[in-house]
Design a protein around this ligand. Structure first.
Ligand code: UDP
Ligand code: MN
Length: 288
């Protein structure tokens, strides 16, 4: 289906925060994200794109946050493209060595993000992954140009060479969408990190946002010096998800997982995030 998403209501703003959910797990993620966005008192629309992998009933947990719900399909990519980017094939061809991807993560679904460029009822949109929380108002991003994203920082300096597609600014435009589709699916093309590799290639001059607009959870234990609760606008649970029962890194990320659970349930969200404890400095950096 190359048709634009079909919505349950008209837009109420020229700006929107958009997320994507293709199964029930990410709906859960989106419920915490939407609650966090509402708490920032934004006047922008909150848009959730969903695919047929989501039951309409599952969406009921999102309705209290009054999102605009847009039904859409995957992109109309070729059988060859779909096969190359199929989960098992992609994981074998381009293994994830730094962290684990949950079983409910389907790489092909990531490309649906490109449908943002079909939402030309909006002047500007900000995409946010469903596994993120917005901790501070981000509305100023609507006056930022296309294409802005933060670097993919979670281990060290080399990470600054790549962007992370969990948060980005876009100016919807059907012509851009068409150009993207034609570059995306060419014979033999393999995007090893799916939409992220594609967007990096489509926007080689991407503008860098501060890391605080897409703070990746591994920074907590890999680069604790970067952590600053007073600055973090978006906290992004890349790799293992905070709603995965007892995942491999759960103990090291306990405080961040508890924070996500508070947003998911609406219970116990701290009034003052800047008062939260920071990560423990690694043993070799601790003052003796
Ligand atoms: N997504 C989805 N279903 C999938 C895979 C991805 O809905 O099977 C959406 C969802 O919004 C998710 C984003 O695409 O947050 C990117 O995937 P994910 O966050 O799991 O990747 P990571 O941040 O771990 O690289
Ligand atoms: Mn993510």
């Amino acid at each position: 289906m190359s048709d634009a998403p079909e919505f349950d209501r008209a837009p109420a703003s020229s700006f929107a925060y958009v997320t994507l959910v293709t199964n029930r797990d990410y709906v859960l993620g989106a419920s915490a994200l939407l609650r966090s966005l509402r708490r920032t008192d934004t006047g922008a629309d909150l848009v959730v794109l969903f695919t047929p992998g989501v039951d309409e009933q599952d969406l009921s947990v999102l309705r209290p946050f009054k999102p605009r719900l847009g039904r859409c399909g995957r992109l109309p990519t070729s059988a060859e493209f779909n096969q190359l980017h199929e989960r098992g094939r992609l994981h074998a061809a381009a293994p994830f060595t730094k962290g684990g991807k949950p079983v409910f993560h389907t790489p092909l679904d990531n490309f649906v993000k490109l449908r943002l460029w079909q939402l030309d009822e909006y002047e500007k949109v900000v995409f946010i992954d469903a596994d993120a929380l917005v901790l501070k108002n981000c509305d100023k991003l609507f006056s930022y140009p296309e294409f802005c994203a933060a670097p993919n920082v979670y281990e060290g300096l080399a990470d600054f060479q790549r962007m992370n597609s969990g948060v980005f600014t876009a100016r919807p435009d059907r012509a851009t969408f068409d150009a993207m589709l034609s570059q995306l699916d060419r014979p033999g093309t393999f995007w090893r990190r799916t939409d992220q590799s594609f967007l990096e290639s489509f926007f080689p001059d991407w503008h860098g946002l501060p890391v605080y607009y897409n703070m990746l959870q591994y920074v907590w234990f890999n680069l604790p010096d970067l952590w600053d609760w007073g600055q973090i606008h978006v906290l992004h649970y890349q790799y293992e998800k905070p709603w995965q029962a007892g995942h491999e890194k759960a103990e090291r990320l306990r405080l961040l997982i508890d924070l996500w659970q508070a947003y998911a349930s609406g219970d116990g969200i701290p009034d003052d995030l800047s008062g939260l404890p920071g990560p423990e400095a690694p043993a070799d950096k601790r003052a003796s």
